[in-house]
Design a protein around this ligand. Structure first.
Ligand SMILES: [Fe+2]
Length: 156
């Protein structure tokens, strides 16, 4: 009576193959982590906690966990950007903490291009249990607002 043994093995293999995509999906991030970008030479720590550093451009979104896509409340988000003439100064730095739903909202001015770089806003996100995220937002010409979720991977 070898048939039942073989049958059970084939059945087990079929079950495994059927479940494999689900197992892989569970291990893979649900939300793509936000790509890292250069920090650049103008980062300064200890920016003031404030949600506005200018007028005319709104950057907002949700801080999310890459493995679950869930919002991450209480994340510390630092912003800094150049002002007119491409000069970085302390008036264009801010820290915002994501709210209980993981949301953040920065009111600022449209950053100028400088040194052959396109307009950009530097962003650094820090949260216990997560790998630090350093990235940049690139506003599109003519836009007055943008949505940008900040997706963080867990600390290994
Ligand atoms: Fe920059």
């Amino acid at each position: 009576m070898k048939l039942p043994g073989i049958f059970m093995r084939v059945l087990a293999c079929l079950l495994f193959l059927m479940l494999l995509p689900n197992l892989q999906a569970a291990a893979a991030p649900k939300c793509s982590p936000t790509p890292q970008d250069e920090i650049g030479p103008f980062y300064r720590p200890n920016a003031p906690i404030r949600s506005a550093i200018g007028k005319g451009y709104i950057l907002q979104g949700v801080v999310r966990d890459a493995s679950t896509c869930r919002p991450v409340p209480g994340a510390r988000i630092e912003f800094w950007q150049a002002g007119p003439g491409g000069v970085y100064d302390d008036s264009l730095r801010a820290i915002i903490f994501s709210d209980p739903k993981g949301r953040y909202r920065l009111e600022t001015s449209f950053p100028p291009p400088y040194a052959r770089r396109p307009p950009h806003i530097h962003i650094l996100v820090d949260m216990r249990g997560y790998a630090g995220l350093i990235t940049q937002h690139y506003p599109k010409s003519g836009r007055k607002r943008a949505l940008m979720d900040l997706v963080m991977g867990r600390e290994i």
